[in-house]
Ligand binder design. Structure first.
Ligand code: CIR
Length: 253
């Protein structure tokens, strides 16, 4: 169960954030409204939400999940793989000192984006991606081991982050799409499979029994509900334009 979340309000510079394809420029005002609705949904799921101020220096800083990994016994400050995002970690360390006494860090040349780390109890899957390298993953595994946790790596082919294509929603259930459907690492889970057309919605967020799903993807929402979950659909169209999904917008712990 989670009791808290940290989010960061999108900065005006958000419209200049990183993107892999030109899906149109995000609308800043709309992004603010969507972000406010997201915070409201987290609160409705019972979380105490800390909202950090917008940081104009870093256009992608609202995708706060990438800056840290929060576990039950320690926080690990990430080491973002994209040059324009490296400086985001300083402020998050500050914010986490209010909540954690054990704060570890991934150090260069290791890189890890939080979006590449999927928690399944005390086991962590770490995607090896354009953003997360083997040095970073090994360092993260050694930190986790020190705190009695374990994990393993998963090679990525086309997704930006591991959690762009797979989400653990507890009870051995994975919402899963694309290259991960046949991945041996995930074959022992129940698959709630997302077809390519709804692939974006594979990034969803379990919070205390409720699953936040992106709106506009009715088939996957229906499948998640058939598996016994309540869902909340949220419009995150402006974040999708910058390759961001629901999980990227918060750190939950
Ligand atoms: C980036 O490319 O870093 C941002 N525009 C999107 C980050 C999305 N984060 C995530 O999937 N965890």
């Amino acid at each position: 169960m989670f009791s808290k979340a940290i989010v960061r309000t999108p900065a005006r510079s958000f419209i200049n954030g990183l993107r892999s394809a030109d899906s149109g420029s995000p609308d800043y005002e709309k992004a603010l409204d969507q972000h406010a609705a997201y915070v409201h949904a987290l609160e409705n799921c019972g979380l105490d939400v800390t909202v950090l101020d917008a940081d104009e220096q870093f256009p992608d800083s609202t995708f706060i999940e990438d800056t840290a990994l929060l576990t039950r016994s320690a926080a690990v400050i990430a080491s973002p793989g994209a040059d324009s995002r490296k400086g985001e970690v300083h402020e998050i360390r500050e914010a986490l000192t209010d909540f954690y006494s054990n704060i570890e860090s991934i150090e260069p040349p290791g890189t890890v984006d939080g979006g590449d780390v999927m928690m399944v109890g005390s086991y962590f899957y770490i995607g090896l991606s354009k953003r997360t390298n083997a040095d970073g993953a090994n360092l993260l595994l050694s930190i986790l081991n020190r705190y009695g946790m374990t994990g393993s790596t998963v090679p990525l082919k086309s997704f930006l982050h591991l959690k762009s294509g797979v989400s653990y929603i507890e009870n051995n259930n994975l919402v899963i799409t694309g290259e991960f459907i046949n991945a041996p690492e995930f074959e022992h889970f129940n698959h709630i499979a997302v077809d390519e057309a709804e692939g974006y919605a594979a990034n969803c967020v379990w919070i205390n029994g409720t699953v936040l799903v992106a709106s506009g993807y009715p088939r996957i929402r229906a499948k998640i509900e058939s598996a016994g979950y309540d869902t909340i659909a949220l419009d995150v169209s402006e974040f999708e334009k910058l390759d961001g999904g629901l999980s990227c917008l918060s750190l939950r712990f």
